[in-house]
Design a binder for this molecule. Sequence first.
Ligand SMILES: Cc1ncc(COP(=O)(O)O)c(C=O)c1O
Length: 388
Amino acid sequence: MRTDFLPFARPSISEEDIQAVVQTLRSGWITTGSQCAALEGALSARLDGAQVVAAASGTAVMDLVLRALEIGPGDEVITPSMTWVSTVNLITLRGATPVFVDVDRDTMLVTPEAIEAAITDRTRAVIPVHYCGAPCDMHPIRAICQTHGVYCIEDAAHAIGTSYDGVEVGGQGTAIFSLHPIKTITTGEGGLLATDDEDLARRVRRLRFHGLEADAHDRRQHGRTPTAQVREPGLKANLPDMNAVLGLSQLDRLDAFIDRRDALTARYREGLASIDGISPVADPTWTHRHGRHLMIVRVEPSKAGMDRDELMRRLKDANIGTGLHFLAVHTHDWYRDNMAQWSGRLPNTEYNSDRICSLPLFPDMTDEDVDSVLDSIRAALACAKVPA
Ligand SMILES: Cc1ncc(COP(=O)(O)O)c(C=O)c1O
C-alpha cells in the first residue's frame, strides 16, 4: 500500500509560475490590469483572434453570459443533468427553466438527437458540456441551434486545449472555460469566455465590472474612474492580476500538460482492460483532440463485487483520492424536491451517476502512481470476491 496520499488532482506549479505571481505581488497592482489583459490576449492568439474575457470563475462567466443574453422567466435552457450544479443553479436563479437531456451511455456526451427533441418555442439556449475534455459533436449541434434560432453556449470547463474536427474549442462559437485548481491550467479560481460574438464579449466585459464602460484596467491606464458611467447594472466578477498571471504562465505548458495526461490515461486504460467491472468512459468517434481533464471509470457492481462508493472508500483506505464528476443535478436534494418530474427520465445519466468515479490524474503523477492505483483497484476487487 502507498505510504503517501495520492490526491485525485493537484495543480502543477512550476518555479516560473511562482516567480510570475511574486512579481505581480511586488508590482504595486494586483487586481485586474495588464496581466488579466495579457491572459485574455494569449488565449485569443491561440484561438485565432477569438474575443476572450476573463472573470472570477467559470460560474461567473456563465452567469454573465446568461445575463448578457437576457435569459429569464419563461425561457428554457437545454443542458445535461450530468454536469456541475453551477450551470443549472444559474439557469434557475435567472428564473428560467432548465430542460435536461440525457447523455450517451458510453461517452457521457449530449447527443444532437436528444437536443433536437427537447427544443420548444421557449428554448433560448443550449449548453452542451465537453465532458471530461471530450468535445460534443458540434457540427450537428450548431446546425440545430442555428435552425431553431437558439444560442449555443459550450460548457468547456473541462476542455481547454480540446479540439473538435481540427478547431480548438473556443475558436468558433461561444465557449466557457474554468480555471479552478483541478482544471488543466489554473488561476487559483477563474474563468474565461471565448467567443466570435463581439457584442456578447462587449456586454460580458461590461457586466463583469459593475456595468461600467471602463473596467479596472482601463481605470488604471486612462484614469477615467471618476467619470466612468454605468451603462447597465452589473456585477463585480473580475479576475485579479495576481490570479491571471498564474494562468498566463501556465498557458505556455497547456499542450505539455495535455500530452502527459494523455500518456497517463493510456497507461490506465491498458491496465483497466484486464479488470472486470471497471470500465473507462469511451472517447467519441469523431475527429478530436481530447483534453484529458478527468480519468473517469464506471464501477459495475454485478461484475466488480462492490459499488462505486465502496470502491472509493477502499481506495481512500489505500491512500488514494478519488472524485465524483458528477452526481446528476436532478438527483440533488433541491432539484429532487422542486423538479421531481426528471426522476427516471434520464436513464443513461442515472446509470452513470450511480457508477462513475474519477481516478487520480494530473501531469506531475508518475507512471508508478498509475500502477499503484491499478494495483489498489485489483486488491480491492479481489478482497470483495473472497467468500465470507
Ligand atoms: C462542467 C462544469 N461547468 C462549469 C463549472 C464551473 O466552473 P468554476 O468552478 O470555475 O466556477 C465546472 C467546474 O468544475 C464544471 O465542471
